[in-house]
Design a protein around this ligand. Sequence first.
Ligand code: COA
Length: 260
Amino acid sequence: MTAYATLLTELSDGILLITINREEKMNALNKTVIAELDNVIDEVYNNPEIKGAIITGKGAKSFVAGADISEFKGMDKAAGMALAKRGHSVFNKIEMSPKPVIAAVNGFALGGGCELAMACHLRIASENAKFGQPEVNLGIIPGYGGTQRLTQLIGKGKALELLMTGDMIDANCAERLGLVNDVVQTVELLDVSRAILKKIVSKAPYAIAQVIQSVYAHFKSGIDGFDTEIELFGKCVETKDFEEGTTAFLEKRKPNFKGA
Ligand code: COA
């Protein structure tokens, strides 16, 4: 595994734990963190030993408290758009990862932190987690996909409320809105996230990658999600894992998937 300046990584049992390691700055996303997230997600894509990943923040207080505001000073329109474009590219890469990525939200998930969590496939939150898009307090809007992914996850009405008030909501409220999948005790956060990911990676990996592609096809303009599903279903039935899965069922044994 590559060593990173702002990320801690630990690979165990095929699960890569990625910890954003700027605790003194509430794990705010500066340019280095964004660049290193880009690189570590490439590792997730390309390293066959990695079956899935968990993203969390260092410390007991914050997952990620947003983009690093100290890097905003003196930006003009072109620089602002470049910053947003870079974030979009990295977060899109996370979202389209063929291997499952879970956000283990261990505290504040504000601005870019909420956007990062939303770019992951699932979000598990500790009881002390807090979510919000407070950009309007700074005179900006979310720039890492927040207006789109929040609307997709919780619907237009509540998304507009959170985006326009800048209010923070707690983990239970986030769960009620569908922003998080589950709320767990803080001490259990990583164990529960690992258990969910282990269950997912025990399934046929190729099928999991097609689930991700097919679901996100719904949100891509110019693409018909139903047509995508038909096409990807067809691809799945051509795999050895499909043969293995159906044979194992009929033979009343556990399947042994190979990922192809
Ligand atoms: N960018 C840069 N630095 C940040 C940051 C961010 N998004 N969020 C927190 N920090 C820094 C603080 O400046 C402070 O640094 P310092 O110790 O050098 O002064 C340190 O992290 C601790 O934060 P602090 O505000 O003292 O902690 P708190 O417990 O009082 O408040 C928050 C925690 C998360 C509520 C508060 O830090 C906050 O509102 N952060 C900004 C959230 C935001 O607007 N995000 C969207 C950005 S687009």
